[in-house]
Design a protein around this ligand. Structure first.
Ligand code: PLZ
Length: 450
């Protein structure tokens, strides 16, 4: 079994095929209807309506073939409509689509918990339960940590993103815009400084000492149930912490009876060239959260952690109607089968090398590219004013808009909106990436010309 190149698209297709301007007339017509029936609060990065997708390609309703370097924000890591995943989901649909695991359970849920126990960091005994979305996994991890410790407060890091529910909104660094007009916010959430080498210039040990000082002074360990960290921050702009930062926080948490939660929702399951980004940093978290890539496009999220912590919640305290849906779980098993071949990790390493090589070349003559960072197929660059080092707000979305016109779909990120991030499917080829880098080069050059 292997992850396959695009199915419907010819294997040789290395660049987008555009039949209309982007967005095309059929997309624009749907967009006009959308405005009548979908609330404006549901944002729209690109009004390009998708008809079908395969591998790294999206075909829109105008017949344009677009190179998707965002994978629905890091979800279709093994490619859109990955054949093994599609087959597993179809087979499962014919057998059983729902009973509710807490009413009448099924084996594939138990088996996926076994597989998460095997592949998440650390050899301790682990338990898992499944929910529907990343935010729901975060919410439940906090519930479990509070029940286990008997403490109230949860600490999140600067530049973090954990979701859009009432509790997780309060945990995000960007309360504006994610929380604007939506308060009051959940109490007992505190934010503490992270490690952001480009901005703080601190070593991992120094940054950890600063974080711990905040934890001790602003909260106090005896009230602190949990610290939550994305090993590589996603929406915050792929901020990679300095070496030693995360293990130092975990060590402090363990010594102080605080649960350490790794939010691997964006960084986990092969995305960074390892099963979990925690491994890159030598981190063995108490709880690990998964979602996004776990089922390559079907909705599923997991909370996995030390058995004694997970059992801190009382019987009946955890659940939800759709959590651990059998079809999503079947898709996840296909994802695990593919990850277990090791091939996706090799692809992630190849993509990291190709992207970093190309971006470093680009940075040689584009001084606004101020930082290139990330691991595997989770790589980003930050746009900075070369004279002052200040974030160049707005340029990232300008580049993304120009790239879309050329058929390349890019995502922006960063608390300052000055980061372009790459979250391609692992089926993307080096040639396709080179094409995308060329498009970015042109977008930057046209800015110079203005
Ligand atoms: N934790 C690390 O990246 C979701 C957000 C898209 P849900 N990131 C994409 C948007 O605009 O809302 C995310 C994440 C990390 C938690 C979440 C939340 O996951 O599945 O979107 O709830």
């Amino acid at each position: 079994m292997s992850i396959t190149a695009p199915t419907a698209a010819p294997a040789t297709l290395q660049r987008p095929e555009l039949r209309t301007a982007i967005p095309g007339p059929a997309s624009l017509a749907i967009q006009a209807r959308r405005e009548q029936v979908i609330p404006r609060g549901v944002g729209c990065a690109l009004p390009i309506y998708v008809d079908h997708a395969d591998g790294a390609w999206i075909t829109d309703v105008d017949g344009n073939r677009l190179l998707d370097l965002g994978s629905g924000i890091g979800v279709t890591t093994l490619g859109h409509t990955q054949p093994a995943v599609v087959q597993a989901a179809k087979d499962q649909l014919d057998k059983l689509s729902h009973t509710l695991f807490t009413v009448t359970p099924y084996e594939n849920y138990v088996r996926l918990a076994e597989r998460l126990a095997e592949h998440t960091p650390g050899n301790h005994q682990k338990k898992t339960f499944f929910v529907n979305s990343g935010a729901e996994a975060v919410e439940n991890a906090v519930k479990i940590a509070r029940a286990y410790t008997g403490r109230r407060v949860v600490a999140a890091l600067d530049h973090a993103f954990h979701g859009r529910t009432s509790l997780t909104m309060a945990m995000n660094h960007r309360v504006a815009p994610y929380g604007t007009n939506f308060g009051p916010f959940a109490p007992d959430v505190q934010r503490v400084p992270n490690s952001y080498p480009l901005r703080d210039g601190l070593t991992g040990a120094q940054a950890a000492a600063r974080t711990i000082e905040y934890l001790e002074q602003r909260i106090g360990a005896s009230d602190l149930a949990a610290i939550i960290a994305e090993p590589i921050q996603g929406e915050g702009g792929f901020v990679v912490p300095a070496e030693g930062y995360l293990p130092a926080l975990q060590e402090w948490a363990t010594a102080n009876g605080v649960v350490f939660i790794a939010d691997e929702i964006q960084s986990g399951l092969g995305r960074t060239g390892t099963w979990f980004a925690s491994e890159i940093f030598g981190l063995v978290p108490d709880l690990v959260l998964t979602a996004k890539g776990i089922a390559d496009g079907l909705p599923l999220a997991g909370v996995t952690g030390r058995a004694e912590i997970m059992d801190g919640a009382h019987p009946g305290g955890l659940g939800g109607t759709f959590g651990g849906n059998p079809v999503s779980i079947a898709a996840a098993h296909a994802v695990f089968d593919l990850l277990e071949t090791g091939q996706p990790f090799a692809e992630a390493a190849r993509i990291e090398a190709a992207l970093k090589r190309g971006l470093e070349e680009l940075a040689n003559d584009q001084a606004v590219i101020g930082d290139i960072r990330g691991h595997g197929a989770m790589v980003a660059f930050e746009l900075l004013d070369p004279a002052t080092g200040d974030p160049l707000n707005g340029l990232a979305s300008e580049i993304a808009a120009k790239a879309a016109e050329s058929g390349v779909l890019l995502l922006t990120a960063g608390s300052y909106g000055n980061v372009i991030r790459f979250l391609p499917s692992l089926t993307v080829t080096n040639e396709q990436l080179e094409f995308a880098l060329g498009v970015i080069r042109e977008a930057l050059a046209s800015r110079d010309a203005n």
